[in-house]
Design a protein around this ligand. Structure first.
Ligand SMILES: Cc1cc2nc3c(=O)[nH]c(=O)nc-3n(C[C@H](O)[C@H](O)[C@H](O)COP(=O)(O)O)c2cc1C
Length: 337
């Protein structure tokens, strides 16, 4: 019976029915996704441990970035320190074990490095001391935990990158934000993109698109719009990774542009490391205005979604990098036997 009905109803009707189903699915699934995100993401007044930890990690990273700057600015980050004092106190209130958590220890370690760096140059830290209650200040001054701070990488450490094993390549890659003045060539970028083409994608649909930007003025204009790279010299090259929405087939694939684009981006970061270029992933979390401005400059079609930027350059003689220590693997792993 179904076959007979199908024979007399034009295909276009079935296509319309599928379209309507997909549209309804898109509306309802994005609404569920939106409310889940709204419910759980970290807000300034969050009281849950996970959300407080997120804000502490954000500020820990700001301290590490400030300490790693080539042009170190003594007394930097007063707003960050103030926020840390509030957030660490709030974290303590989430339970007796708070002080043993990775995030707490890492934050204390970063603050310790801040104090040490300023003591080394006899910089007066009264402003900082006045922000923290006694117990936190004592923890900051006396900790011997080493979970944050700055590392120095040498250019010579990277010359052999085409021959090192994957574990070493992955473990020694760091986000580098300051480069030499040497231009990056299209050929150098092309080699890394070429290697990254082996990245898997859903049904091999290969939605990722790459914009290689080599013009210094355009790079600086784009980074001014992006806003997360302030205080660093213009990098010699910038790549924007985007994803072509036309490669996706229904509402259940709505997040896949970012999954596939994210996978490609990580391949590209490793490929850049392999060819001996230094790089820093940068967010493309644009407001509507930033999105419009960026699209206009790069002539990005409406059907592409920005995934992320990567700033690229040649390794300086010595690069000061944030340690950005990771959780132990067992912390993020659930095994179902
Ligand atoms: C999607 C994404 C967005 C990022 N955005 C920025 C950014 O806007 N500015 C910045 O300085 N670093 C940015 N980073 C770099 C991270 O801070 C860095 O990768 C992280 O601290 C881990 O350090 P590592 O890359 O040295 O291992 C971003 C990284 C990723 C993956």
């Amino acid at each position: 019976m179904k076959q007979i009905i199908k024979k007399f109803i034009p295909v276009i009707v079935f296509e319309w029915r599928a379209n309507i189903r997909d549209w309804r699915g898109l509306m309802s699934d994005t609404a569920t996704q939106r409310s889940r995100f709204a419910k759980y993401h970290s807000r300034p007044n969050s009281t849950g441990r996970g959300q407080i930890e997120t804000q502490i990690m954000f500020h820990t990273h700001q301290i590490e970035k400030g300490l790693s700057h080539e042009n170190f600015r003594p007394g930097f980050g007063k707003g960050v320190l103030k926020a840390m004092a509030t957030l660490l106190t709030r974290l303590q209130q989430t339970g007796d074990d708070a002080a043993n958590t990775f995030v707490y220890q890492q934050a204390i370690s970063a603050l310790h490095e801040y104090v040490k760096r300023h003591h080394d140059i006899d910089y007066d830290l009264t402003y900082m001391r006045n922000m923290f209650p006694d117990d936190l200040w004592n923890a900051i001054c006396n900790t011997d935990v080493k979970l944050a701070g700055v590392l120095t990488l040498g250019r010579t450490d990277k010359v052999n990158n085409r021959h090192v094993d994957f574990k070493t390549l992955a473990e020694c890659r760091y986000a580098i934000r300051e480069y030499t003045d040497q231009p990056v060539t299209k050929e150098e970028l092309d080699e890394a993109v070429d290697i990254s083409m082996k990245t898997p994608s859903v049904c091999n649909r290969q939605a990722t698109r790459i914009y290689e930007i080599l013009n210094p003025q355009t790079i600086q204009t784009l980074l001014d719009i992006q806003g997360g790279y302030r205080g660093y010299p213009t990098p010699p090259a910038l790549v924007l990774v985007t994803s072509d929405i036309r490669a996706f087939m229904n509402h259940m694939e709505r997040n896949e542009p970012f999954v596939d684009g994210g996978l490609f981006s990580m391949s590209l970061l490793y490929a850049l490391e392999y060819v001996g270029l230094a790089a820093c992933p940068l967010n493309a979390m644009f407001s509507r205005k930033q999105d419009e401005q960026t699209r206009k400059i790069l002539n990005i079609p409406d059907y592409e979604l920005p995934v992320m930027y990567i700033a690229i350059g040649h390794y300086p003689e010595h690069a000061r990098v944030c340690q950005s220590q990771r959780y132990p693997a067992q912390y993020i792993t659930t095994t179902i036997d």
